[in-house]
Design a protein around this ligand. Structure first.
Ligand SMILES: NC(=O)c1ccc[n+]([C@@H]2O[C@H](COP(=O)([O-])OP(=O)(O)OC[C@H]3O[C@@H](n4cnc5c(N)ncnc54)[C@H](O)[C@@H]3O)[C@@H](O)[C@H]2O)c1
Length: 396
C-alpha cells in the first residue's frame, strides 16, 4: 500500500469501536487504521482482553504506514494510527455518555462498530441474567446514547448463532432468527432491537430523521491472526473455540492429552460438526467496508440502500463467511500440518446447543459490498500458529 502525503486530506471521521481490545475488535481496528480515514476510539472493560492488544495494533499500523510511505507521512496519517483508548464498561451509561460528549467539540462520533459482548454458549446458560445485561441492556444503553448525540450509523457484529438450526444450507440473510442458547438469544434480541430502533426514527412529518443506517453482519467462525504474529487472539482463561484450543494444546499452555470431539454421528460426511471458517482479517475487512457503505452520497451507499424501503428505516444484514465449511476433523488435520503436533482425539457425546452445519451464503455481501474472504484454511492455521509460537502467553 502506497500512502500519499497530501495536505488536502479529508478530516478524520471519529469511529467508536466497542470491544476494541478483543479478538475481532483488535483486527477491525487495525483494518480501520490502515485506511487513514478514521480516528478510532476504543471502549473496552478488558473482561476478556488486554490493553496491550491496542498498543500493538497502533504500533503495527504506524510501522506499516512508515514502510509504505514514499516520503514523511502527513501528521494526519500518523494521527490516524493512534487509538483513543477508553477503559469503560458499556453498562456504565454516564461514562459512555461522557466519552461521546468529549468528541462533541471534535466533530462528534460519526459511526459506531458495536462488537463488545460475552460469547460463551455454555456459560450463558449458567448466568443468563449476566448475559442479558451485558449483551442486551448494554446495547440498548449504547443506542440511547447514540440517539442523544445524533450518532446514527451503526455496524453491529452479530453471530451465525442467530440462525439456530437453519432450515436450509447455505444460510441466507432472510432466514428466520431463532437463537437456541441464551447467548444466541441475546444476539437475536439485539438484532431485533436495532431493527425496531431503525424503524422508529422518524421526525414529526413522518420522514426519516437524517439516517439511521445499520448493518448486522452475522459473523461465522473467525480464525487466524495478523501474519506478523504481532496481534492475535488471547481470551482470558481457557480458549473456548476449536482453533485457539488446538493452538494452545500444541504450544503446551493447555495440557489436555486428548481433544474431546463432541459427537461424530451428525449428518455430515465424517460425522463431526461443520462450520464456516474465515480469516480474521477477511472478517475485519467486511466490517470496514460495511462502515464505508454508511457514508451518505457514496456510490457504495447508493448501491447498498437502493433496494431498502425508505419508510422502514435503513438496515441491512449481511453474512460474512466463506460459503463453505470445514468439519472438526478437517480442522484437526489442518492444525496437525501447521503445527506438527500429533493431536489425539476422543469422541464423546454431542454437546447441547451444537448444530450439525453452519455455512453462510455470502452472495449478498459479495454483490452489494464487494466482500470477499480469499484466505484459505491453510493460511488461517499458519497465521494462528505463527501468533501462538511468538506469543505463547498471548499479550501477558
Ligand atoms: N470469535 C468468534 O468465534 C465469534 C463468532 C461469531 C460471533 N462473534 C461475536 O463477535 C463479537 C466479539 O467476539 P470476539 O471473538 O472478538 O470476543 P472477545 O471476547 O475477544 O471480544 C469482546 C470484547 O468485548 C469486551 N467487552 C465485553 N463486554 C463488555 C462491556 N460490557 N463493556 C466493555 N467491553 C466489553 C471484552 O473485554 C472483549 O475485549 C461478539 O459479539 C461475539 O458474539 C464472535
Amino acid at each position: 500500500m502506497s500512502t500519499t502525503n497530501s495536505n488536502s486530506q479529508e478530516p478524520l471521521k471519529n469511529v467508536l469501536v466497542t470491544g476494541g481490545a478483543g479478538y475481532i475488535g483488535s483486527h477491525v481496528i487495525y483494518t480501520l487504521l490502515r485506511t487513514h480515514k478514521y480516528k478510532v476510539i476504543s471502549i473496552d472493560n478488558y473482561h476478556n482482553s488486554f490493553p496491550a492488544a491496542l498498543t500493538r495494533v497502533s504500533e503495527l499500523a504506524l510501522t506499516e504506514l512508515k514502510a509504505a510511505s514514499d516520503s514523511q507521512p502527513s501528521t494526519q496519517d500518523i494521527d490516524s494510527t493512534a487509538i483513543d483508548v477508553h477503559e469503560c464498561d458499556l453498562n456504565a451509561a454516564s461514562a459512555v455518555r461522557s466519552i461521546f460528549s468529549s468528541y462533541s467539540s471534535k466533530g462528534g462520533i460519526w459511526g459506531v462498530i458495536h462488537i463488545a459482548a460475552y460469547k460463551a454458549v455454555g456459560e450463558s446458560s449458567e448466568i443468563p441474567l449476566t448475559y442479558y445485561a451485558n449483551n442486551v441492556a448494554a446495547t440498548i444503553s449504547l443506542l440511547q446514547t447514540m440517539q442523544e448525540f445524533g450518532c446514527m450509523r451503526l455496524i453491529y457484529s452479530s453471530s451465525a448463532t442467530v440462525y439456530g438450526v437453519p432450515p436450509d444450507i447455505p444460510i441466507k440473510e432472510e432466514t428466520r432468527r431463532e437463537g437456541d442458547s441464551v447467548y444466541g438469544r441475546t444476539k437475536v434480541m439485539c438484532e431485533l432491537i436495532i431493527q425496531d430502533f431503525c424503524d422508529s426514527v422518524m421526525n414529526d412529518s413522518g420522514k426519516l430523521e437524517d439516517f439511521i443506517s445499520s448493518y448486522f453482519p452475522p459473523v461465522f467462525q473467525p480464525a487466524g491472526a495478523h501474519p506478523s504474529g504481532y496481534i492475535g487472539e488471547h481470551p482470558r482463561g481457557r480458549p473456548e473455540n476449536l482453533l485457539p484450543l488446538l493452538a494452545h494444546m500444541a504450544v503446551g499452555t493447555v495440557t489436555d492429552p486428548v481433544l474431546k470431539v463432541f459427537g461424530n454421528d451428525y449428518p455430515t460426511p465424517d460425522g463431526t460438526c461443520i462450520r464456516d471458517y474465515l480469516h480474521i482479517l477477511d472478517l475485519a475487512a467486511g466490517h470496514v467496508v460495511a462502515l464505508q457503505a454508511l457514508e451518505e452520497g457514496s456510490e457504495l451507499n447508493a448501491k447498498v440502500f437502493a433496494s431498502s424501503i425508505q419508510s422502514q428505516g435503513r438496515f441491512k444484514a449481511y453474512n460474512l463467511g466463506k460459503g463453505h465449511g470445514m468439519s472438526v476433523m478437517q480442522i484437526v488435520d489442518a492444525m496437525r500440518k501447521a503445527t506438527g503436533h500429533d493431536y489425539k482425539t476422543e469422541v464423546i457425546g454431542r454437546r447441547r446447543g451444537d448444530v450439525p452445519e453452519l455455512i453462510a451464503d455470502p452472495a449478498l455481501a459479495r454483490a452489494e459490498l464487494g466482500f470477499d474472504a480469499p484466505r484459505d484454511l491453510e493460511t488461517m492455521c499458519r497465521d494462528l500458529w505463527n501468533w501462538q509460537v511468538k506469543n505463547p502467553t498471548g499479550y501477558e
